[in-house]
Design a binder for this molecule. Structure first.
Ligand code: PAF
Length: 288
Protein backbone atom coordinates (compact mmCIF):
# COMPACT_ATOMS: atom_id res chain seq x y z
CA UNK A 1 0.00 0.00 0.00
CA UNK A 2 1.51 3.36 -1.07
CA UNK A 3 1.93 6.32 1.24
CA UNK A 4 -1.21 8.42 1.48
CA UNK A 5 -0.99 11.77 -0.30
CA UNK A 6 -2.05 14.91 1.58
CA UNK A 7 -3.31 17.80 -0.54
CA UNK A 8 -4.08 21.20 0.93
CA UNK A 9 -4.54 23.31 -2.18
CA UNK A 10 -7.65 23.38 -4.37
CA UNK A 11 -5.61 23.84 -7.55
CA UNK A 12 -3.42 20.83 -6.80
CA UNK A 13 -6.43 18.66 -5.95
CA UNK A 14 -8.22 19.68 -9.16
CA UNK A 15 -5.27 19.02 -11.44
CA UNK A 16 -4.50 15.69 -9.74
CA UNK A 17 -8.12 14.52 -10.24
CA UNK A 18 -8.25 15.91 -13.76
CA UNK A 19 -5.16 13.85 -14.67
CA UNK A 20 -6.75 10.72 -13.17
CA UNK A 21 -9.92 11.29 -15.19
CA UNK A 22 -7.96 11.80 -18.38
CA UNK A 23 -6.17 8.50 -17.70
CA UNK A 24 -9.59 6.81 -17.48
CA UNK A 25 -9.41 6.19 -13.72
CA UNK A 26 -12.50 6.07 -11.52
CA UNK A 27 -12.53 8.41 -8.48
CA UNK A 28 -14.61 7.75 -5.40
CA UNK A 29 -14.94 10.42 -2.74
CA UNK A 30 -15.81 10.36 0.97
CA UNK A 31 -16.41 13.86 2.37
CA UNK A 32 -15.88 14.04 6.15
CA UNK A 33 -15.24 16.41 9.02
CA UNK A 34 -12.58 14.04 10.38
CA UNK A 35 -12.24 12.41 13.80
CA UNK A 36 -12.82 9.05 12.20
CA UNK A 37 -14.69 6.09 13.64
CA UNK A 38 -15.58 2.70 12.17
CA UNK A 39 -18.53 4.29 10.35
CA UNK A 40 -16.21 6.55 8.35
CA UNK A 41 -13.89 3.62 7.67
CA UNK A 42 -16.79 1.54 6.33
CA UNK A 43 -17.54 4.33 3.81
CA UNK A 44 -13.86 4.44 2.79
CA UNK A 45 -13.73 0.64 2.41
CA UNK A 46 -16.76 0.79 0.14
CA UNK A 47 -15.08 3.55 -1.89
CA UNK A 48 -11.95 1.38 -2.26
CA UNK A 49 -14.08 -1.44 -3.70
CA UNK A 50 -15.58 0.89 -6.29
CA UNK A 51 -12.76 3.00 -7.61
CA UNK A 52 -9.15 3.26 -8.77
CA UNK A 53 -8.54 6.30 -6.57
CA UNK A 54 -10.20 7.12 -3.23
CA UNK A 55 -10.17 10.69 -2.00
CA UNK A 56 -11.29 11.60 1.53
CA UNK A 57 -11.75 15.22 2.54
CA UNK A 58 -11.22 16.32 6.12
CA UNK A 59 -12.73 19.73 6.68
CA UNK A 60 -14.75 21.01 9.64
CA UNK A 61 -17.02 23.25 7.61
CA UNK A 62 -17.81 26.47 9.52
CA UNK A 63 -20.86 27.39 7.39
CA UNK A 64 -22.87 24.39 8.61
CA UNK A 65 -22.54 25.25 12.31
CA UNK A 66 -24.90 27.69 14.03
CA UNK A 67 -23.45 30.46 16.25
CA UNK A 68 -24.21 28.48 19.43
CA UNK A 69 -23.03 25.12 18.06
CA UNK A 70 -19.83 23.15 18.63
CA UNK A 71 -17.65 24.37 15.69
CA UNK A 72 -14.63 25.37 17.76
CA UNK A 73 -14.76 22.34 20.04
CA UNK A 74 -15.63 19.78 17.32
CA UNK A 75 -13.08 16.96 17.85
CA UNK A 76 -10.05 17.08 15.56
CA UNK A 77 -6.99 14.79 15.30
CA UNK A 78 -5.38 14.88 11.89
CA UNK A 79 -2.52 12.44 12.62
CA UNK A 80 -4.90 9.78 13.93
CA UNK A 81 -7.21 10.30 10.94
CA UNK A 82 -4.30 10.07 8.50
CA UNK A 83 -3.21 6.72 9.94
CA UNK A 84 -6.74 5.32 9.95
CA UNK A 85 -7.40 6.38 6.35
CA UNK A 86 -4.04 4.95 5.26
CA UNK A 87 -4.84 1.63 6.98
CA UNK A 88 -7.93 1.07 4.81
CA UNK A 89 -6.23 2.03 1.54
CA UNK A 90 -7.31 5.63 0.95
CA UNK A 91 -5.11 7.28 -1.70
CA UNK A 92 -5.51 10.99 -1.01
CA UNK A 93 -6.67 13.20 1.87
CA UNK A 94 -7.87 16.65 0.86
CA UNK A 95 -7.23 18.86 3.89
CA UNK A 96 -7.89 22.49 3.03
CA UNK A 97 -7.78 25.54 5.31
CA UNK A 98 -10.71 27.92 5.89
CA UNK A 99 -8.86 30.56 3.89
CA UNK A 100 -8.63 28.13 0.98
CA UNK A 101 -12.33 27.22 1.09
CA UNK A 102 -13.90 30.54 2.07
CA UNK A 103 -11.63 33.48 1.19
CA UNK A 104 -12.82 36.96 2.31
CA UNK A 105 -14.53 37.60 -1.03
CA UNK A 106 -16.68 34.43 -0.78
CA UNK A 107 -20.43 34.98 -1.41
CA UNK A 108 -22.08 31.97 -3.12
CA UNK A 109 -24.36 29.41 -1.44
CA UNK A 110 -26.48 26.45 -2.56
CA UNK A 111 -29.89 26.18 -0.95
CA UNK A 112 -32.07 23.09 -1.38
CA UNK A 113 -35.49 24.41 -0.48
CA UNK A 114 -37.96 21.66 0.42
CA UNK A 115 -36.32 18.56 1.92
CA UNK A 116 -34.30 20.78 4.26
CA UNK A 117 -37.35 22.42 5.88
CA UNK A 118 -38.47 19.78 8.38
CA UNK A 119 -36.51 17.82 11.04
CA UNK A 120 -33.01 19.27 11.64
CA UNK A 121 -33.87 22.16 9.29
CA UNK A 122 -36.25 23.46 11.98
CA UNK A 123 -33.77 23.44 14.83
CA UNK A 124 -30.58 24.18 12.86
CA UNK A 125 -31.41 27.06 10.49
CA UNK A 126 -28.77 27.46 7.78
CA UNK A 127 -27.20 24.06 8.52
CA UNK A 128 -28.15 22.36 5.26
CA UNK A 129 -27.27 25.45 3.22
CA UNK A 130 -23.77 25.08 4.65
CA UNK A 131 -23.71 21.33 3.93
CA UNK A 132 -24.90 21.56 0.32
CA UNK A 133 -22.61 24.51 -0.36
CA UNK A 134 -19.50 22.72 0.90
CA UNK A 135 -20.44 19.48 -0.89
CA UNK A 136 -20.96 21.38 -4.15
CA UNK A 137 -17.54 23.00 -3.76
CA UNK A 138 -15.89 19.68 -2.86
CA UNK A 139 -17.48 17.93 -5.85
CA UNK A 140 -16.08 20.65 -8.13
CA UNK A 141 -12.64 20.24 -6.56
CA UNK A 142 -12.43 16.43 -6.42
CA UNK A 143 -14.49 15.72 -9.58
CA UNK A 144 -15.50 12.26 -8.31
CA UNK A 145 -17.52 9.65 -10.19
CA UNK A 146 -19.15 8.56 -6.92
CA UNK A 147 -19.48 10.16 -3.48
CA UNK A 148 -20.35 8.09 -0.43
CA UNK A 149 -22.36 9.24 2.60
CA UNK A 150 -23.77 7.52 5.68
CA UNK A 151 -27.53 7.12 6.08
CA UNK A 152 -27.39 8.26 9.70
CA UNK A 153 -27.60 11.78 8.29
CA UNK A 154 -30.75 10.87 6.38
CA UNK A 155 -31.82 14.45 5.66
CA UNK A 156 -28.30 15.46 4.64
CA UNK A 157 -28.23 12.59 2.15
CA UNK A 158 -31.66 13.60 0.79
CA UNK A 159 -30.54 17.23 0.38
CA UNK A 160 -27.31 16.25 -1.39
CA UNK A 161 -29.14 13.85 -3.74
CA UNK A 162 -31.64 16.62 -4.52
CA UNK A 163 -28.86 19.14 -5.22
CA UNK A 164 -27.03 16.71 -7.52
CA UNK A 165 -30.24 16.00 -9.43
CA UNK A 166 -31.45 19.60 -9.64
CA UNK A 167 -28.08 21.05 -10.65
CA UNK A 168 -27.32 18.18 -13.09
CA UNK A 169 -24.06 17.33 -11.36
CA UNK A 170 -22.31 14.46 -13.07
CA UNK A 171 -21.71 12.05 -10.20
CA UNK A 172 -23.51 9.29 -8.33
CA UNK A 173 -24.40 9.71 -4.65
CA UNK A 174 -24.31 6.49 -2.64
CA UNK A 175 -25.89 6.08 0.81
CA UNK A 176 -24.47 3.42 3.13
CA UNK A 177 -26.22 1.87 6.16
CA UNK A 178 -25.64 3.46 9.57
CA UNK A 179 -22.69 1.86 11.35
CA UNK A 180 -23.55 0.98 14.95
CA UNK A 181 -21.66 0.07 18.12
CA UNK A 182 -22.28 -3.55 19.25
CA UNK A 183 -25.02 -2.28 21.62
CA UNK A 184 -26.77 -0.40 18.80
CA UNK A 185 -25.65 3.22 19.37
CA UNK A 186 -25.16 4.89 15.99
CA UNK A 187 -21.50 5.83 15.51
CA UNK A 188 -20.85 9.56 15.54
CA UNK A 189 -17.77 11.70 16.13
CA UNK A 190 -19.88 13.51 18.75
CA UNK A 191 -20.21 10.32 20.88
CA UNK A 192 -16.85 11.25 22.45
CA UNK A 193 -18.63 14.10 24.27
CA UNK A 194 -20.80 11.63 26.24
CA UNK A 195 -20.03 10.72 29.85
CA UNK A 196 -20.40 7.04 30.85
CA UNK A 197 -23.89 7.68 32.23
CA UNK A 198 -24.95 9.73 29.20
CA UNK A 199 -23.60 7.01 26.91
CA UNK A 200 -26.01 4.47 28.41
CA UNK A 201 -28.94 6.94 28.21
CA UNK A 202 -28.09 7.50 24.53
CA UNK A 203 -29.14 3.91 23.88
CA UNK A 204 -32.73 5.14 24.25
CA UNK A 205 -32.49 6.55 20.70
CA UNK A 206 -31.94 3.17 19.08
CA UNK A 207 -34.36 1.67 21.64
CA UNK A 208 -37.08 4.04 20.39
CA UNK A 209 -36.39 3.11 16.77
CA UNK A 210 -36.54 -0.60 17.61
CA UNK A 211 -39.85 -0.06 19.39
CA UNK A 212 -41.25 1.76 16.35
CA UNK A 213 -40.10 -1.09 14.11
CA UNK A 214 -41.81 -3.59 16.40
CA UNK A 215 -45.08 -1.64 16.36
CA UNK A 216 -44.85 -1.30 12.57
CA UNK A 217 -44.25 -5.06 12.19
CA UNK A 218 -47.33 -5.68 14.36
CA UNK A 219 -49.41 -3.61 11.93
CA UNK A 220 -49.48 -0.16 13.59
CA UNK A 221 -49.74 2.59 10.94
CA UNK A 222 -50.65 5.65 13.01
CA UNK A 223 -47.62 7.91 13.30
CA UNK A 224 -48.81 9.64 16.50
CA UNK A 225 -49.15 6.30 18.34
CA UNK A 226 -45.61 5.28 17.39
CA UNK A 227 -44.17 8.70 18.17
CA UNK A 228 -45.85 8.83 21.56
CA UNK A 229 -44.43 5.43 22.57
CA UNK A 230 -40.96 6.38 21.32
CA UNK A 231 -41.24 9.63 23.29
CA UNK A 232 -42.12 7.86 26.57
CA UNK A 233 -39.20 5.48 26.15
CA UNK A 234 -36.72 8.31 25.55
CA UNK A 235 -38.13 10.47 28.35
CA UNK A 236 -37.60 7.59 30.80
CA UNK A 237 -33.82 7.74 30.16
CA UNK A 238 -31.96 10.30 32.31
CA UNK A 239 -30.18 13.35 30.75
CA UNK A 240 -32.37 13.27 27.62
CA UNK A 241 -34.16 16.24 26.07
CA UNK A 242 -36.08 15.54 22.87
CA UNK A 243 -35.63 17.98 19.97
CA UNK A 244 -37.92 16.02 17.65
CA UNK A 245 -39.29 12.56 16.94
CA UNK A 246 -41.06 12.43 13.59
CA UNK A 247 -42.28 10.01 10.99
CA UNK A 248 -41.79 11.36 7.48
CA UNK A 249 -42.21 10.35 3.87
CA UNK A 250 -38.74 9.16 2.76
CA UNK A 251 -38.77 11.20 -0.45
CA UNK A 252 -40.34 14.52 0.61
CA UNK A 253 -39.37 14.34 4.31
CA UNK A 254 -42.78 15.80 5.16
CA UNK A 255 -44.60 14.51 8.25
CA UNK A 256 -47.06 11.67 7.70
CA UNK A 257 -50.06 10.86 9.93
CA UNK A 258 -51.12 7.51 8.50
CA UNK A 259 -48.23 5.44 7.11
CA UNK A 260 -49.23 4.39 3.60
CA UNK A 261 -45.95 4.90 1.75
CA UNK A 262 -42.29 4.35 2.63
CA UNK A 263 -41.65 6.28 5.84
CA UNK A 264 -38.74 6.94 8.15
CA UNK A 265 -38.75 7.56 11.88
CA UNK A 266 -36.16 10.27 12.51
CA UNK A 267 -35.16 11.66 15.87
CA UNK A 268 -32.88 14.22 17.42
CA UNK A 269 -32.27 14.13 21.16
CA UNK A 270 -29.93 16.04 23.40
CA UNK A 271 -28.19 13.73 25.86
CA UNK A 272 -26.59 16.03 28.40
CA UNK A 273 -25.15 18.76 26.15
CA UNK A 274 -24.66 16.48 23.14
CA UNK A 275 -27.22 16.51 20.34
CA UNK A 276 -27.54 13.09 18.70
CA UNK A 277 -29.59 12.02 15.67
CA UNK A 278 -30.68 8.63 14.40
CA UNK A 279 -33.30 7.20 12.06
CA UNK A 280 -34.74 4.02 10.65
CA UNK A 281 -36.87 3.36 7.57
CA UNK A 282 -39.95 1.52 8.83
CA UNK A 283 -40.05 -2.09 7.67
CA UNK A 284 -36.28 -2.15 6.96
CA UNK A 285 -34.04 -4.26 9.14
CA UNK A 286 -32.42 -2.25 11.94
CA UNK A 287 -29.05 -3.92 12.34
CA UNK A 288 -28.41 -3.49 16.07
O1 PAF B 1 -21.51 14.54 7.38
C1 PAF B 1 -20.50 15.28 7.46
O2 PAF B 1 -19.48 14.91 8.03
C2 PAF B 1 -20.57 16.69 6.88
O3 PAF B 1 -21.83 17.23 7.01
C3 PAF B 1 -20.06 16.76 5.43
C4 PAF B 1 -20.94 15.96 4.49
C5 PAF B 1 -18.64 16.26 5.35
C6 PAF B 1 -20.08 18.22 4.95
O4 PAF B 1 -19.27 19.02 5.73
Amino acid sequence: MGKIRIVESIREMQSYCEALRRAGKKISFVPTMGYFHEGHLSLMKEACKQADCVVVSIYVNPTQFGPKEDFSKYPRDFERDREMAQSVGVDVIFFPSNQEMYPETYQTYVDVEQVTKNLCGMSRPGHFRGVTTICCKLFNIVKPHTAIFGKKDFQQLAAIKRMVKDLNMDLEIIGMPTFREPDGLAMSSRNVYLSKEERSSALALVGALKLAQKLYAEGERKADVMIQQAESLIKSAPFTEIDYIKICDTSTLEDVNEIKQEAVMALAVKVGKTRLIDNSVLGEELKA
